[in-house]
Design a protein around this ligand. Structure first.
Ligand code: SAM
Ligand code: SF4
Length: 459
């Protein structure tokens, strides 16, 4: 158990995250206490890890600085055999590039590098990578993304459930659920488009596996969107067996520009182990079909750390993917989240994920792919990160602006999040639809009421 005693809400949040990064095993077993005694002049901090105790006193009154100093002490000075290594120093949070961009404006590039490496103790190579991505992002999206909006449409259905997945998904075999969901989704979509009045800058249909519902149902969504003129329109197709001739022929009639075909790994043994019921061959077939019939840009998702994979397996998958020359490859590090079978069964091999991550980066660089967006997740193996790579000029705008929260994204469908951002890129409101289908449909009037109330704020 990890417990923070006497902390403010903000301390509780930051230190819990940090302690979970450095001492992940204590989330479920063992005893780890952080006790904070605050006086007018200082904070006295005691960290108890099982039978070991560490203490320190931090002077000053600036809450933010105090928090940073305590974090740096935990990251660099506390030395315990159960402490996991991390390249991220004392930086927590899922959006490091957003953090960097904010400080770049105040401190300039050299100042930010110093802040990252000296104050936050981030590994210099990681800091340089973050800076490269931040610069690339600034060059690609410029200053104007505070205006307009993007649209995210969520389809929670999947053919089956993969072992590592923690998303709230529903079986696409449940025809009645698909029918009911579509009814409500289309109502919400049409309400949002009416309310917004203009075309979104980008559209993303994600899931789940959107292409696991019948093509005719998916087409109903596209028909709602057919008059729009987005700069980019991504369809998550995920599972290769859902990419049929019928599907590809249908989407050619609509303004889709990008499709995601996700192997996760090209190693058949691993696909079987994580209960992803397709083969590497199925990926090749789906890819060829899309290439033959469309000029869509293709993204392919990978996950590092699945099954008993080693760096050799990562090399195998990267070779297979790069031979296909997709425009984008997104490399995820396995994260072990509540709600996934892997987490429940505690069945993950501890492995050298850091060498997999750096191997993938080196390999992709050689093949002409540049990292252009990055985010961290909770309970990610080896304190790694998820990194989106793209060939020059094919970077997904949606991924960048959504991750940096510098652009309004209106989410439609069960569990979809809406973020309203003002013209200077400040988030003014964030809210999510209900996370399960029963609430989403039974309390649908509340969903619309919220949208009616807040969407006006961005117009
Ligand atoms: C929202 S999921 C949906 C994708 C689609 N349903 C599929 O499975 O191909 C987007 C991506 O997140 C990644 N992902 C999902 N669960 C993950 C986990 N536990 N750890 C790391 N990455 C994960 C996968 O690469 C997946 O393609
Ligand atoms: S990983 Fe993708 S296909 Fe597998 S269950 Fe999760 S959302 Fe569905």
């Amino acid at each position: 158990m990890i417990r923070i005693v006497n902390g403010t809400d903000s301390e509780l949040h930051t230190f819990y995250e940090l302690l979970r990064i450095y001492f992940p095993a204590y989330e479920t077993s063992g005893e780890l206490f952080l006790i904070i005694d605050t006086t007018a002049e200082n904070k006295h901090v005691t960290l108890i890890i099982d039978d070991d105790q560490y203490e320190n006193t931090f002077g000053g009154t600036d809450e933010y600085e105090l928090k940073r100093k305590i974090s740096a002490w935990i990251a660099s000075e506390v030395d315990h055999p159960n402490k996991e290594p991390s390249l991220w120093g004392s930086l927590t949070g899922t959006r490091p590039i957003k953090f960097l961009q904010k400080h770049r404006r105040e401190l300039g590039d050299a100042g930010v590098m110093k802040l990252l490496t000296k104050d936050y103790l981030i590994d210099p190579d990681v800091a340089s990578l973050l800076m490269r991505i931040a610069k690339r992002e600034s060059a690609l999206i410029g200053e104007n993304w505070g205006r307009g909006y993007s649209l995210y449409i969520h389809i929670p259905f999947c053919p089956t459930r993969c072992e590592y997945c923690s998303y709230p998904t529903i079986s696409s075999d449940n025809k009645e659920a698909v029918r009911i969901y579509m009814d409500y989704l289309l109502k919400e979509l049409s309400f949002v488009l009416n309310k917004m009045g203009t075309s979104p800058e980008t559209i993303y249909i994600g899931g789940g596996t959107p292409t696991s519902i019948p093509v005719a149902d998916l087409e109903k969504i596209f028909q709602e969107l057919r008059h729009l003129t987005p700069k980019e329109f991504t369809l998550e197709a995920g599972r290769p067996k859902t990419i049929t001739t019928e599907l590809v022929d249908m989407i050619r009639d609509y303004p889709v520009t990008r499709i995601s075909i996700n192997p996760q790994t090209m190693v058949d043994r691993t696909l079987k182990a994580v209960k992803r019921p397709h083969s590497a061959e199925d990926i090749l077939t789906a890819y060829e079909l899309v290439r033959k019939k469309t000029d869509l840009q293709v993204n392919m998702d990978m996950i590092l750390g699945l099954g008993d994979e080693t760096v050799d397996d990562v090399d195998y998958t990267l070779n297979k993917l790069c031979a296909l020359e997709p425009e984008n490859i997104t490399v995820h590090m396995l994260s072990l989240k509540n709600g996934s079978k892997l987490f429940e069964n505690n069945s993950v091999f501890v492995k050298n994920t850091r060498s997999m991550e750096s191997y993938a980066m080196g390999f992709l660089k050689e093949k002409g792919y540049h990292p252009y967006y990055l985010y961290r997740q909770k309970r990610i193996l080896g304190n790694g990160a998820n990194i989106g790579y793209a060939k020059d000029g094919t970077e997904s705008i949606y991924n960048m602006v959504m991750m940096e929260e510098i652009h309004t994204v209106v989410g439609v469908g069960m569990s979809a999040t809406t973020k309203l951002v003002d013209s200077r890129g400040n988030t003014i409101r964030k809210f999510s639809n209900f996370r399960n289908m029963r609430d989403y449909t039974d309390r649908f009037s509340e969903v619309l009421k919220k949208k009616a109330k807040y969407l006006g704020d961005v117009l």
